[in-house]
Ligand binder design. Structure first.
Ligand code: F6P
Length: 317
């Protein structure tokens, strides 16, 4: 069996672990190659050989040894012919696809239509892929945020009266910010999915300053206020805001224990499915267990961040 690995969209901690574990499984007679630069790389024939030993220094490191791309090249008219030609010229049997919500919604249906066998792996720090409880990289991104917040809380204890505004990645999906706020004990969390009232937020911050000696607000980068609260909060409270933007450092952090285990399970499930002849599937976690869901992810409505948790963190219940 010859498998082509393609990373598409935002990278995530743990991708290198999946690649390394997949290569180890394939080392007894199968061949694995990678597309350098996602689907644009694949369409232009930029394929690189991969061997099990190559990944040893990369295990646990964020990013991806295989460069990714966000360019939607598969929408081009000639894409189907081009991809078939490259795959057949290189004797590729199937594709192992790494990607987030955008990738997994759009690309597996195209590959299915074009008769190209593929297993998709939900890999994104955003944890926003409908159909799976857990995406690879989410746990690591939470841990990255905790390191930053722990540092802020240490200095918050030493120098009282500070307001910290911690901005996570996540785009327009608040799952990451909500999980971080929950785990870190933030005094307020602001998400793109839920509107909030400025006066309420001012009161919440003032209450935290008076009660705990500091205030910790976690905000998702795509939420209202992500660019203005730095200026607004001091006007409301009379206290300057200390801004902590985790940015892309959060996406490129070290893979956590949980993500390394998930990566190992993803590699095993994908290898078994491809070896067994599965034509199309997505590796999903349900009830805490990973398995390959046959077919593409269709008609699964996205679930918003847990409203009861949001209300609890924000003292709204
Ligand atoms: O891959 C998901 C993600 O990291 C989001 O959390 C974030 O909003 C976005 O990608 C950033 O995209 P880019 O790397 O293109 O700036």
């Amino acid at each position: 069996m010859k498998t082509l690995l393609v990373v598409s969209g935002g990278d995530a901690p743990g991708i290198n672990n999946v690649i390394g574990r997949y290569l180890a499984l394939a080392a007894n007679g199968d061949t694995v190659i990678g597309a350098d630069g996602g689907f644009p790389g694949l369409l232009s024939g930029q394929l690189v050989p991969l061997t099990a030993d190559m990944l040893i220094p990369w295990m646990g490191r964020g990013g991806s040894i295989l460069a990714s791309s966000r360019d939607p090249v598969l929408n081009q008219q000639e894409a189907a012919d081009r991809i078939r030609t490259v795959l057949s010229e290189n004797n590729v049997d199937n594709i192992l696809l790494f990607g987030g919500n955008g990738t997994l919604r759009h690309i597996p249906p195209l590959l299915k239509e074009w008769g190209i066998p593929c297993i998709g792996l939900p890999t994104t720090i955003d944890n926003d892929v409908p159909g799976t409880e857990m995406t690879l990289g989410f746990d690591s991104a939470c841990n990255f945020a905790y390191h930053a917040i722990d540092g802020a809380q240490a200095t918050a204890h030493a120098l009282r009266g500070r307001i910290f505004l911690v901005e996570t990645l996540g785009g327009t999906c608040g799952n990451l910010a909500l999980a971080v706020a929950h785990g870190a004990g933030a005094h307020a969390v602001i998400l793109p999915e839920y509107p909030y009232d400025d006066a309420w937020l001012a009161g919440r911050i003032t209450h935290a300053l008076e009660t705990y000696g500091y205030a910790m607000v976690v905000i998702c980068e795509g939420a209202r206020g992500a660019r203005t609260l730095m200026d607004d909060i001091p006007k409301w409270t009379g206290t300057r805001v200390r801004d902590i933007r985790l940015g892309h450092a959060q996406r490129g952090g070290v893979a956590s224990h949980r993500d390394r285990v998930l990566a190992a399970d993803m590699a095993q499930a994908a290898y078994t499915a491809l070896k067994g002849g599965t034509q199309m599937g997505i590796a999903c976690v349900a009830g805490g267990k990973l398995s390959v869901h046959e077919g593409v992810l269709e008609n699964i409505a996205p679930t918003p961040p847990d409203p009861s948790l949001y209300n609890r963190i924000n003292g709204l219940i």
